[in-house]
Every structure is written in structure tokens, then in C-alpha cells.
Design a protein around this ligand. Structure first.
Ligand code: GTP
Length: 364
């Protein structure tokens, strides 16, 4: 019988190398990538805090010091943060087992690359009503073939998991959304210090043991920011107010949010939605057409044109350059007059600036 009536604890899985986000993820762990100029992870933490889930463990395995030194004890965000660091990746379930010293009551687990407006309080009520030991949030997708699908019965009890089904074997469009509520007693089924996954290890085992595992279907916003296209799409969705974050209240559909210490020449034209970071300088006749996000310390030269783009920090755009449908990584210099369309420009694995394609049709 579930013991707790409240949910205050969560683990955020901050593991992988973000392979699908390369080249952006070579020097920046996926959860630290900026979302409206704040690290993605800060938005997830603020989302949890909104539901009074304030005792949060970050299960880290890739570039952990970068994350830990930025977030500290979490007090700036109104939460208490704990950290676990894996010497080598332990998998999604193994990483949670590794955090078990912090998990003595009902807790949530979130993949560290999901953005959603799922109502956790409602999911908890469902979990308790069903007397579940594990509840898996389920989201509906048009094409489930790239995901783990979850079959449930008429009582929402999970009956089967299928990883990445073939088109002709699709039995449901409800997929695992990467958000779970678990009772701590379940941790005993996860081996210590071993690589172990929820999807392929723990969940199928629990079904065999006839443990009560339930699926909680929801129809709200859900996006896995695991590719550059999805990452750009998420930033644009927030800018276009299709979705909101507790960290960016009041962002209207066409608003221009410009930090006070940014300098914009009076002849520059900015059409929202746009966010312009601290200490930016926008020169004469620059034309910015949202959705556009410009990070701190960027220089945008005269007669430039920027449309649907994301600039990280410390970037310099030479006079007359034109950017459209782009993500530009930190400290990149775009030459005068250069045209960059549907591209990622960032440091590559050799540490030198490089360009790769951004599939515009998938960027929302
Ligand atoms: P990436 O390698 O981060 O791109 O993982 P993925 O997008 O292929 O996602 P996957 O379904 O493998 O993992 C879901 C979430 O769990 C992501 O946030 C991962 O970063 C995280 N994760 C995956 N494996 C591990 C691990 O071994 N340890 C920890 N701490 N987290 C992990």
C-alpha cells in the first residue's frame, strides 16, 4: 500500500552523451543547453518546484562538474539538490538505484531531456487511487515506431511494453513519456552498481512479478529535446507562447524581451518574439525577425538579418551577414556578408568551428 500522500522527492536522469544532439553537445551537456537563455535543467527544476517537489537528486554521468558548479545546492531555485555521479553510466534504472539513499518515500523520476506541462499532482492522485507501485506517464504520438510503446488494459494497468515497434506491429500510439512515480520498495528489484534500464529491465520484470504497474495517459505538451531540430522547436514554442515555463512568466506571443544592459541602435528593427541577453550590442539597421533568441555578450553587426535563430553566448555576427533557421554555438564568429541558412555552426570535435545541416522541416 503506498505510504505517502505527498510527493516531495524526484530524481532527474542527466546521463547520456546527447549523441543525437551533436555537434552542439560536444562541450555542453544536453541539460545545460540554453532554453530562452537559461539552462534547460533550471526549467525542469522550476517545473518540479511548482508542484512542491523540492528534494531533487540529479543523477549525473556526463560532464558532471559543469552541472554541479552551476546549480550548487539549488537554493537559488528554491529547492534542495543532491548529486550522484556514476563512474560509468548505470542506465536509467541503475542511476536511480545509485541514488537510493535519498529515496525513502514516494518519488518521481524524470528523463532529463523532456519538456512537458503534465500535472504531477494529478498523476500522483492517479498513482494513489490505483494503489500502483509504479506509474508511467503516457503520451500519444502519431508515429510511435521510434519510441517505447505501452499497452494498458481498460483499468490502465500496463500489460505489455514494446520498444520501437515495426509499423505493421503498432498496437497503440501511447508511448512511455519518460516520467514515472515509484514507491521506494521497488528499488530492491534493481541490481546494485550494474547497468540496468527501466524500459528493457525493470518494467518487464515487474510485469512478470505481477506488481501493480499503471499507465497514466495525458494529452498535454510533451517534447523530447534530443535532436537539434527538436531543441530549436522547443525554444520557438516557448517564445511563441505555445507553451510556458515557470521561469519565463508573461512571455507574450510577439514580445521583445531585451535585458536592460543590452544596447540596441535606434535604427535596428526587432520584430518579436525575441529575447536579447545581457550586454548584447545590436548595430545600425540590423533586422531581427522572431522567433529569435540571442544569448549574453553577443555582437550583431550593421545591416545583418537574423530570422528564426538561436544564438548562444559571446557570438559575433559580421556586418551584412544573414542567418535564417540556425543555431549558433558559443563564441562563434560569423564573417561579414556570410549567408547561413538551416545550419548549426559550432565548435566540432576537433575544437574548430564547423557547420552542419539543420533539417528545417523538422524544426517546427
Ligand atoms: P542521450 O544519450 O542523453 O541522448 O540519451 P537518449 O536521448 O537516447 O535517452 P535515453 O532514453 O537513453 O535516456 C533517457 C534519459 O535518461 C536521458 O535524459 C538520458 O540522459 C538519461 N540517461 C540515460 N542513460 C543514463 C545513465 O546511464 N545514467 C544516467 N544518470 N542517466 C541516463
Amino acid at each position: 500500500m503506498p505510504s505517502s500522500s505527498t510527493l516531495t522527492k524526484a530524481v532527474i536522469l542527466v546521463g547520456g552523451h546527447g549523441v543525437r544532439l551533436q555537434p552542439l553537445s560536444y562541450y555542453m551537456p544536453k541539460p545545460m543547453m540554453p532554453l530562452l537563455n537559461r539552462p534547460f535543467l533550471e526549467h525542469i527544476i522550476a517545473y518540479l518546484a511548482k508542484f512542491k517537489v523540492t528534494d531533487i537528486t540529479l543523477a549525473l554521468s556526463y560532464l558532471p562538474e559543469l552541472i554541479r558548479s552551476h546549480l550548487g545546492d539549488g537554493s537559488n531555485l528554491g529547492v534542495q539538490l543532491h548529486y550522484t555521479v556514476e563512474d560509468s553510466p548505470l542506465g536509467t534504472a541503475g542511476a536511480v538505484k545509485n541514488a537510493n539513499r535519498y529515496l525513502d518515500s514516494t518519488f518521481a523520476v524524470l528523463n532529463g531531456d523532456i519538456f512537458t506541462d503534465l500535472n504531477i499532482a494529478d498523476m500522483l492522485a492517479f498513482h494513489q487511487h490505483k494503489k500502483a507501485k509504479v506509474t508511467i506517464a503516457l503520451t500519444w504520438v502519431d508515429n510511435p515506431c521510434a519510441f517505447g510503446v505501452v499497452e494498458t488494459d481498460s483499468e490502465d494497468r500496463v500489460r505489455r511494453f514494446t520498444e520501437k515497434p515495426n509499423t505493421n506491429k503498432v498496437t497503440t500510439h501511447w508511448i512511455n513519456a519518460g516520467i514515472y512515480i515509484l514507491e521506494p520498495e521497488i528499488l530492491r528489484h534493481i541490481p546494485v552498481s550494474s547497468y540496468y534500464m527501466f524500459e528493457r529491465g525493470l518494467f518487464p520484470l515487474l510485469l512478470k512479478l505481477n506488481e501493480p504497474v499503471y499507465g497514466y495517459p495525458f494529452r498535454g505538451y510533451w517534447l523530447d529535446m534530443g535532436t537539434p531540430e527538436k531543441y530549436l522547436c522547443l525554444n520557438c514554442d516557448l517564445l511563441l507562447a505555445k507553451m510556458s515555463s515557470p521561469l519565463t512568466p508573461g512571455l507574450g506571443q510577439n514580445s521583445v524581451c531585451c535585458e536592460k544592459d543590452a544596447t540596441v541602435h535606434p535604427s535596428a528593427k526587432i520584430m518579436g518574439p525575441a529575447v536579447i541577453g545581457s550586454r548584447c550590442q545590436i548595430d545600425q539597421r540590423a533586422r531581427i525577425e522572431g522567433p529569435v533568441i540571442i544569448g549574453e555578450d553577443c555582437y550583431v553587426g550593421e545591416d545583418t538579418s537574423i530570422e528564426k535563430a538561436m544564438l548562444w553566448q559571446g557570438i559575433s555576427i559580421g556586418a551584412g551577414a544573414s542567418l535564417k533557421g540556425c543555431i549558433i554555438g558559443s563564441n562563434i564568429r560569423i564573417e561579414e556578408g556570410k549567408q547561413v541558412t538551416n545550419r548549426i555552426v559550432t565548435l566540432d570535435h576537433t575544437g574548430l568551428p564547423g557547420e552542419s545541416c539543420l533539417r528545417a522541416d523538422e524544426a517546427g
